[in-house]
Ligand binder design. Structure first.
Ligand SMILES: [Zn+2]
Length: 324
């Protein structure tokens, strides 16, 4: 399998542009090398726009450098927008999803790199069919972590985000995204591991994106009813007992309601994957901002002093950088 670490839009033949490297040039007296950096690892193009997207947009606005690492090209994603479900779209899905990713990337204001793995698709049926040969879900995590370790050593993030051990959603690529992220977080700073991939760099904090929790869904549901609107969440809440709820694992709530519109714009840029008439977009923006104005995270590794609960992914890191 060909592995590539390429920011979107980069010509494969220009090796001097393989990654947005942090330079040490001076900007207004502040060394760029001391800028805060966040790396968000995601399984497919579109995941970055639905998990932690408003948080990324907020940090970008504050001057943080943000890099999305996308594990797969999303080649086996189904077309979920009825308006895009056309044979010519399906025939060219890889290129279309790259173009959608580039649009979303620009909206969020982040950099983005592809890790070069092939989408596993979401297996369906009983029993589940085997995963297709060569797909991301079947890689050995130690091997799958290699392009990510390289990218960490190039970009030098202070903070990384990924999914929890269940993938946040039972897709084999999401579970593998978790596995390679944890391996890479632990290996990137170790000079004994893969010295050929560059100078060691140890990120200081690792978070899992918190997906839907019952508390968040209930708050939005009740907010909709109180506003006299039809809630799209009633049925999900009734069936909630089947779902694992990780609400008690949240350590960190990042205020980012001002960036929910940016998140939605980025999500709509993934036009094959998102129905712009879907119920998600029917929940009024001001209600979302009022009822649940944060995106939430689980802090799972920290090499700095950062007591929880927190409201900033860089808590404990800003202080140590300023002290240097
Ligand atoms: Zn996904």
């Amino acid at each position: 399998m060909a592995l590539s670490i390429l920011p979107a839009g980069t010509d494969r033949d220009s090796p001097d542009q393989v990654c947005p490297v942090v330079s040490d040039q001076q900007v207004e007296g502040v060394s760029v090398a001391e800028k805060l950096r966040l790396m968000a690892v995601h399984a497919h193009p579109d995941d970055e726009s639905s998990k932690g997207a408003a948080t990324m947009a907020r940090y970008v606005a504050e001057g943080v450098e943000v890099l999305v690492a996308t594990c797969t090209g999303g080649e086996r994603g189904s077309v979920l927008n009825p308006k895009m479900d056309r044979p010519e779209v399906l025939a060219d899905i890889s290129n279309i999803r790259r173009a959608e990713m580039e649009k979303a990337r620009a909206i969020l204001g982040v950099d983005q790199a592809w890790l070069g793995f092939v989408d596993s698709g979401l297996p369906e049926g009983d029993p589940l069919p085997p995963l297709p040969e060569g797909c991301f879900g079947l890689v050995d995590p130690a091997e799958g972590a290699i392009p990510l370790i390289k990218l960490i050593r190039e970009f030098k993030p202070h903070v990384m985000t990924t999914y929890d051990e269940n993938g946040g959603y039972p897709h084999p690529d999401h579970v593998m995204c978790h596995k390679i992220s944890v391996v890479a977080f632990d290996a990137a700073g170790d000079p004994e591991q893969h010295p050929e991939l560059g100078e060691p760099w140890q990120p200081l904090k690792l978070y899992y994106n918190s997906g839907w929790t019952r508390a968040r869904m209930l708050a939005l549901h009740e907010g909709m009813l109180a506003a006299g609107l039809e809630s799209p969440y009633g049925e999900w809440l009734e069936k909630w007992s089947d779902r694992a709820d990780r609400g008690d694992k949240i350590t960190t709530r990042v205020e980012c309601g001002d960036y929910f519109e940016v998140r939605d714009d980025a999500l709509r840029a993934h036009a094959t994957q998102v129905d712009p008439d879907g119920f998600w977009f029917h929940v009024p923006m001001d209600l979302q901002q009022k009822v649940w104005p944060t995106e939430d995270f689980e802090l799972v590794r920290s090499l700095v002093d950062s007591p929880v609960p927190e409201s900033d992914l860089f808590a404990g890191i800003r202080e140590s950088i300023q002290a240097r």
